[in-house]
Design a protein. Structure first.
Length: 448
């Protein structure tokens, strides 16, 4: 893994802490759960450095490496841009609206070229990963796949990226992915099927699960959105707004706020209130929060609202809701709320953002902005509140206009049934390993 080691940072600058039992231990770079015998729980990071001290010498997301679980940095990574959105705020009737823009917009020095804040988590997960980890396995509905494929290709990190076949259109790049990246597409499938196949592959020898929300690297990378906002505002916002699927970004923002508040002696201000948003036709977290019913319990396949979702990236069937340290805890701790929005409202919000602020934004960000507008109308958010709106993706349409992008063909396209059959999974693993060796041989014979 050709990466630059950070002289100020090694794996000894933090410990992993279990949210259930409080167990503290060193990190091997791949741990996803506490080994103690208790119910499901997230791990959190506990850093030895108390104060918030960005590193002016570091670039991209690694500006915050002292509060990231990384042992190395990858060059050429981007980070969140936080700015005041006065025109958009005026349209909404908000006196203080800040946007955390995660995407591509050169005028703002926004340089996340895949157009998504998933680049933040990919950079941190890869910075945490030990060189001996083997082949990383990542499941995605689209944006995470693009981020991991781009960074793993650029830095020659072996990875298998599993996506629904419908997400392949998002996996375009200026140069073809290198031999370290294997794409596996599941036909006639949804995100849940991709997760099932990725979990099965990761359980085989030679593969390592990325882990999704359970990975502290993913959450702390996403948590840099709140760190960037704190650096710009000089305090925590009153309200934090984001669209969610798994909710990893929302949990991450809450964890970062907790860390900032604790280490500032309370000077950072109260914890931001989480206002989260989902597609109106598929909203398991909204249902759980407002009714107490857990839609993910019971039947394996829930109603087909997922296929009508305006933002398919938000269609996680089994979010980390009741797990210790998960979404329910974050919502309770922050006095939060969960809203839903439909396609028409989200499209209108996307158009308004482009007109008033400039960049195009992605459907999940449209859902979040539409939810903020509804929350203001309903009195759920006060017009005098300092609001941080996480634009989780933007600038992708512009990037496509300004750069010639090419589609990346999948290594394999497999039927949905294969994701749930052990024999088929073993065969898929064999093909993936064989194809990677062949691709590397071809790349070696061609040369640079």
């Amino acid at each position: 893994m050709p990466a630059d080691r950070l002289p100020q940072t090694d794996a000894g600058h933090y410990r992993l802490v279990c949210c259930e039992c409080g167990d503290r231990r060193e990190d091997d770079g791949t741990a996803l759960a506490c080994p103690a015998p208790h119910g499901p729980s997230l791990l959190r990071t506990e850093y030895t450095r108390d104060g918030f001290t960005p590193d002016d010498r570091a670039t991209g997301v690694y500006r915050y490496h002292r509060w990231l679980p990384v042992r190395r940095s990858l060059p050429d990574t981007g980070r969140t841009v936080v700015r005041r959105a006065e025109r958009l705020g005026a349209m909404l009737g908000l006196r203080e609206l800040w946007i955390a823009f995660n995407g591509y917009h050169p005028e703002w020095e926004a340089d996340l070229t895949t157009g998504s804040f998933k680049e933040l988590e990919a950079a941190t997960v890869l910075g945490r990963l030990p060189e001996s980890a083997g082949t990383l396995v990542v499941a995605s509905a689209g944006n995470t796949a693009a981020a991991f494929a781009e960074l793993c290709s650029r830095h020659d990190v072996p990875v298998v990226v599993v996506v629904p076949q419908s997400a392949l259109g998002q996996l375009c790049s200026r140069t073809p992915y290198g031999p370290s990246v294997r794409l596996v597409a599941v036909a006639d499938a949804e995100y849940a099927d991709a997760i099932a196949l990725a979990d099965a592959l990761a359980a085989l020898p030679g593969f390592t699960a990325e882990g999704g929300t359970r990975n502290v690297g993913r959450r702390d990378g996403l948590g840099t959105v709140m760190l960037a906002a704190y650096e710009e505002l000089g305090r925590l916002p009153d309200v934090y707004v984001q669209a969610i699927g798994s909710g990893a970004g929302a949990i991450a923002a809450h964890e970062a706020a907790l860390r900032l508040r604790c280490t500032s002696g309370g000077q950072a201000g109260p914890l931001p209130r989480l206002v989260l948003a989902q597609n109106s036709c598929f909203a398991p977290v909204h249902t759980a929060w407002h009714t107490g019913v857990r839609p993910w319990e019971g039947a394996d396949r829930q109603p087909d609202g997922v296929h009508r979702a305006f933002a398919p990236e938000l269609t996680n069937r089994r979010p980390p809701y009741d797990i210790a340290g998960g979404l329910a805890d974050a919502l309770r701790d922050s006095r939060g709320d969960v809203l839903t929005e439909d396609a028409a409202a989200a499209r209108g919000a996307m158009d308004a953002f482009a007109e008033l602020e400039g960049p195009d934004i992605e459907p999940p960000a449209g859902i979040a902005l539409a939810a903020l507008r509804s929350a203001l109308k309903d009195g759920r958010v006060a017009p005098g509140a300092a609001v941080l709106l996480n634009i989780t993706g933007g600038g992708r349409a512009r990037y496509r206009r300004e750069h010639r992008l090419e589609a990346n063909a999948p290594t394999l396209v497999v039927p949905r049934e294969a994701a749930h059959d052990a024999r088929s999974v073993a065969e898929i693993a064999a093909v993936v390993n064989r194809s990677e060796r062949m691709a590397r041989q071809v790349a070696g014979s061609v040369g640079p």
